[in-house]
Write a protein that binds this ligand. Sequence first.
Ligand code: ADP
Length: 266
Amino acid sequence: MSQPLIPPHGRHVDLREYDPAFTGHVSKEQARERLPALRARLNELQDTLYADRRFAVLVVLQGIDTAGKDGTIKSVFQDVGPLGCSVANFGVPTDVELAHDFLWRYHRDTPEKGKFVVFNRSHYEAVLVERVKGLVPETTWRARYDQINAFERFLAGENVVIMKFFLHISRDEQRERLQERVDNPKKHWKFRHGDLEERRNWDQYQLAFADMLSHCNPAHAPWHVVPADHKWYRDAVIAQALVDRLEALGLRYPGPFEHLAGIRVE
Ligand code: ADP
C-alpha cells in the first residue's frame, strides 16, 4: 500500500483515504537511525540559508489537539540553532488581534530573508477552529480560502518558501494521548476539560481539515499529509521533506564583500 505525502494539487481530498498509521516500508529502527543525520543536515542548510539571505522559510504545522505539533518542533528542529530559527505560537486571538484583519497577526510573524519560522498553529485556524466553533459566519470562512491563497501567493512571490504539514492522527490515537495526559502527572498541565468537548467535534474538524487541504494546496505552498500516529515516522518524514526542499533551492555561501587575495592577518 502507498499513499501520497502531498495530495494532488487542485483535487478534493478525502482524509479517509489517508491512513494515519501509515509507515511505508520504513521500520522504526531505520527511521530512528536516519533522523540524526537529517537534523544535522537541516542545521547546515539553515546556516547556508542565513548566509545566503535570498530566501525565508515558513513552516506551517496544523493538526487536531494532541496531533504532536510541539513534539515535532522539539524533535525535528533539535539541532537548528536559535540564531536563524524561531517558533510562533498562535492561541486564542487577543482583543487587539481581533480588531485587525484575520491575517494581520500571522503576517507580522512571517520570517525575514535568511530565517526559518515555524508556525505552531497558523492562519489556517481561521478556517478550522473559527469554522467548527461557529465563531464567524459561513460566508466569512468560505471567503478565506481564496484570501489565504492570495496571501501565500504573495509571500511565495517575495521568496518565502512555504512548507505546510498536516499532522494526521486517528481518533483512537487521540483517545490514548488524552488519557495519557489524565494519567501521567508530568502531563497533567497539558490537560483541559475543554479538550474533551473539542474531541466531540472530531468529525467537523476532519471535514474542515479536508476542505483546507482541498482548497489551499498550490505547488508553491504544498500541504503534506503526514501520517502521525507513529511519532518516529512523522519526524523522519517532515525532516526529509524539509531537507529535500531546501536542497533544491541551490543555497550558497556568498563570496567575500571585498577582494581578499594577499591579505595576511598578523
Ligand atoms: P496548543 O493547543 O496549540 O498546544 P494552547 O493550549 O495555547 O496551544 O491552545 C491554543 C488554543 O487557541 C487552541 O484551543 C486553539 O483552538 C485556539 N485558537 C488558535 N487560533 C484561534 C483563532 N483564530 N480563533 C479562536 N481560537 C483559536
